[in-house]
Design a protein around this ligand. Structure first.
Ligand code: FES
Ligand code: FES
Length: 155
């Protein structure tokens, strides 16, 4: 089956099994390896991408669900790594091993789109499904607030 997806603003036609996980299509077919495979069971969030602006777990999303729709991956969040979240991530040195971080940023980006100045509770609720084995949670929260333009005292 041919699946047509707008990936990071570019139309792609993929000749793949419609049941293939979207994550495989992104990584193995399109070479977009920024999105990571962690658990394969929608439990860790490392494979998080946006489907028509909504957060999805690419490891459990069949590629057919993306047919005719728009997918954004970490590579497409900004053309040059200048999204406010990416800048805050660098400035606060958020990552440790880095494995979970693309998923963290994609979830945070959806949060800030919906709630430009999220509360601690809203951040915790939105980010709860994104696990970090390195325990970078406090820096993630601070970076989200920085990206939201909150002054240092509120972070
Ligand atoms: S790899 Fe998809 S949620 Fe863990
Ligand atoms: S930075 Fe290592 S798993 Fe999150």
């Amino acid at each position: 089956m041919s699946v047509r997806i707008r990936v990071n603003g570019v139309e792609k036609a993929l000749d793949v099994d419609p049941e293939m996980p979207l994550l495989w299509a992104l990584r193995d077919v399109l070479g977009l390896t920024g999105t990571k495979y962690g658990c394969g069971q929608a439990l860790c969030g490392s494979c998080t991408v946006h489907l028509d602006g909504e957060v999805v777990r690419a490891c459990v999303t069949p590629v057919r669900r993306a047919d005719g729709r728009a997918v954004t991956t970490i590579e497409g969040l900004s053309p040059d790594g200048s999204h406010p979240l990416q800048r805050a991530w660098v400035e606060l040195g958020v990552p440790q091993c880095g494995f979970c971080q693309a998923g963290q940023i994609m979830t945070a980006a959806a949060l800030l789109k919906a709630k430009p100045r999220p509360s601690d509770d809203e951040i915790d609720q939105s980010m709860a499904g994104n696990l970090c084995r390195c325990g970078t949670y406090s820096r993630i929260r601070a970076a989200i607030k920085k990206a939201a333009g909150m002054p240092e005292g509120e972070r």
